[in-house]
Design a protein around this ligand. Structure first.
Ligand SMILES: [Zn+2]
Length: 210
């Protein structure tokens, strides 16, 4: 798996972390999915999973967990950065904060660009969960790899072609990114709850089968 490599051009300006108060909910949801093993680190030391929130309603800017933070046991404001601008055509992301942006920032940006009422995006990894929802829930093309402009375009296509279904489920399986799953919502609680509930349903089914 080629997870962890940044496939866009990141223009990172170091800066102070955002306040713990502002990041409180992001940290809580990140810790919840870390606890479930959906955000974490592979044996080879490569981190996976990331979480973001629009800075404020209608803003083009969003806060996202930084690159290589998947394995951090207790995340802090030092592991978040502010995306001040993203340009899919230029495949470039500008960020400011104590850490460089996640390698999947462009995918998050595509979700925010797809619908201005989306305020939170969560990306997790689980091979069995991914296999369980692949092509059952909205799924991106197997030809679009993680972190690429193709993946960003695929996300936007799903919102355009299948808007009602995508909004109904609020979970997207990333067909060309094995194990990769996205959820989104009008708030962090919205995106987090829909994902946690789906994972819970999946886990229950697994227990019945085995
Ligand atoms: Zn991923």
């Amino acid at each position: 798996m080629d997870e962890g490599y940044v496939k866009f051009v990141p223009i990172w300006t170091g800066g102070k972390p955002l306040s713990a108060e502002r990041l409180k909910e992001l940290i809580q949801w990140r810790q919840r999915f870390y606890g479930l093993g959906l955000i974490g680190m592979y044996d080879d030391g490569v981190g996976f999973g990331n979480i973001s929130e629009r800075l404020e309603k209608e803003s083009q800017q969003f806060i996202i967990s930084g690159t290589a933070t998947g394995g951090v046991k207790q995340i802090t404001p030092n592991e978040f950065t502010l995306i001040t601008r993203s340009d899919m055509g230029m495949n470039t992301v500008w960020c400011t904060g104590p850490v460089n942006a996640s390698s999947e920032t462009m995918t998050h940006a595509a979700v925010y660009d797809s619908d201005s009422s989306i305020n939170a995006v969560i990306h997790v990894h689980s091979l069995p969960f991914w296999k369980g929802i692949l092509n059952n829930l909205p799924t991106t093309s197997p030809n679009a790899a993680y972190g690429t402009p193709e993946m960003a375009r695929e996300i936007m296509r799903l919102f355009k072609d299948d808007r009602a279904m995508v909004w109904d489920k609020r979970i997207i399986a990333m067909g060309g990114h094995e194990s990769g799953i996205l959820s989104f919502g009008r708030s962090l609680a919205d995106a987090g709850t829909v994902l946690a509930n789906e994972f819970n349903r999946f886990s229950k089914r697994q227990r019945i089968i085995h």
